[in-house]
Design a protein around this ligand. Structure first.
Ligand code: ZN
Length: 436
């Protein structure tokens, strides 16, 4: 049976990876440490005969591991399979099990990283090991990369490697990684697997406004805190224009075919609302969004401060970058100073031989299922790899129970992944990589 050795060990690998705390706060003052996880991965690869490259990217402990498995046809571009080893922090007091236990209980592997994304890292590692042990030669080169710092922009991981060690990815034309390939149950037992073909762009906006400082007991008409609060409230109430992009249209059309409920192009919001738990995320791909996430001002109850600052997390549809910037300027007004940190959107088409291989691998393991494209509202390391001209898909296959609120598990409390989803995903990944 395809991938049986990989299936046997994937749960142990996932559990052991979760038990290595690789929390990444994104705060430069708190050192993150992926080294132990990177060394674990490198050791598992070396054990079966690989010669993995371990790279510490610009700072101690920020470990990355890259290895190449040569394919049958070196003239074809290579496929990159990448996963990040860091996780967002977790507060153990809020959890039913310890977030860094990797405990296997009630049919799930529990812990921070179970879905984002040590589960997929374990699947990748399991298949890579099985291929080496069994002497499998894939149709083309496969580059496996296990990366640091995705949760803070990849500046010690994907982005650093792309800028400093591009030779590790020489000849890579396409890539797969996280947040795609998971199932949603749309109608009694009919599942659709959503493959990520696009990601919104990221714009982190730092806002600042000046006012007149003074005693809190007196009359004030130029209060920096009040001015900035009013500005971010205007932004919060603003609705950016609704734009039906290709991946969202294809997704909603596919869903309509499966459910038999027609989809009205003039009213995609109604169609999205029918997606249940997924509506929060898919709904955010119908338009740009801008959520205020940090607000900082003042130092004493009776002092009106001279300055207030806020941070806004903006997410922008492909092609909307200029329009978004203009709209933000209009809403905030000239008095609010703005600084931008942006990462570009990612977009490709849902076609070609790699997509055919995904559809066929899922079709064998889950007959009758459909595979549809979608746009991710968030960002991944794909943003860095596209700088090398690499075409990207989110494909980390998982067959999920119909009632699981999958998107809520990302960065959530009691993050966990079904054991059955991991073994299913390993079988799909095994088939897919033999056929890529
Ligand atoms: Zn992730």
């Amino acid at each position: 049976m395809t991938g049986s050795a990989a299936v046997t060990e994937v749960v142990t690998l996932a559990s052991e990876l979760i038990a290595i705390d690789t929390s990444n706060t994104g705060d430069p003052g708190v050192r993150s440490n992926e080294r132990a996880a990177a060394e674990y991965v490198a050791e598992k690869l070396a054990e079966v005969g690989y010669e993995p490259v371990y790279v510490e990217s610009g700072a101690p402990g920020r470990g990355n591991v890259v290895v190449r498995l040569p394919g049958a046809d070196p003239s074809r571009g290579a496929l990159l399979v990448h996963g990040h080893l860091d996780v967002v922090p977790a507060d153990a007091r809020e959890w039913s099990v310890h977030p860094f236990s990797g405990e296997v209980r009630d049919g799930y592997v529990w812990g921070r990283g179970a879905v984002d994304m040590k589960g997929m890292v374990a699947m990748t590692l399991a298949v890579a090991r099985a291929f080496k042990r069994d002497g499998v030669v894939p149709p083309r080169d496969i580059v496996f990369a296990f990366l640091a710092d995705e949760e803070a922009g990849g500046f010690y991981g994907a982005r650093w490697l792309v800028e400093n060690r591009p030779e590790l990815f020489e000849g890579v034309t396409e890539a797969i990684s996280e947040v795609g390939g998971f199932s949603v149950t749309l109608r009694d037992g009919v599942r659709a697997y959503l493959v990520e073909t696009a990601e919104k762009g990221v714009v982190w906006l730092r806002l600042r406004v000046q006012g007149t400082a003074g005693h809190g007991s007196m009359l004030h008409t130029d209060n920096a805190v009040a001015k900035l609060a009013a500005a971010v409230t205007r932004l919060d109430r603003h609705r950016f224009p609704l734009i039906l992009t290709d991946p969202v249209r294809e997704l909603l059309t596919g869903v309509a075919e499966i459910t038999g409920v027609p989809f009205d192009e003039d009213d995609p919001e109604t169609a999205v609302a029918r997606l249940g738990n997924l509506a929060r995320m898919i709904g955010a791909t119908l338009r740009d969004t801008a959520n205020v996430t940090m607000f900082d001002a003042g130092y004493k109850a009776n002092v009106v401060p001279s300055e207030a600052r806020a941070t806004v997390d903006g997410r922008v549809l492909p092609g909307r970058e200029r329009a978004f910037e203009a709209e933000i300027a209009r809403i905030l007004g000239p008095e609010i100073e703005r600084e931008w940190d942006s990462l570009p959107p990612v977009q490709t088409t849902f076609d070609g031989t790699l997509v055919d291989a995904m559809v066929s691998a899922i079709g064998v393991e889950d007959p009758g299922a459909r595979v549809l494209p979608y746009m991710l509202s968030a960002g991944t390391d794909a943003k860095s790899f596209q700088l090398l001209g690499i075409r990207h898909f989110g494909f980390a296959p998982l067959r999920l129970p119909p009632d699981l609120d999958f998107s809520a598990l990302f960065h959530g409390v009691d993050e966990r992944v079904p054991v059955d989803a991991l073994t299913f995903g390993t079988r799909v990944l095994d088939r897919f990589l033999r056929d890529c």
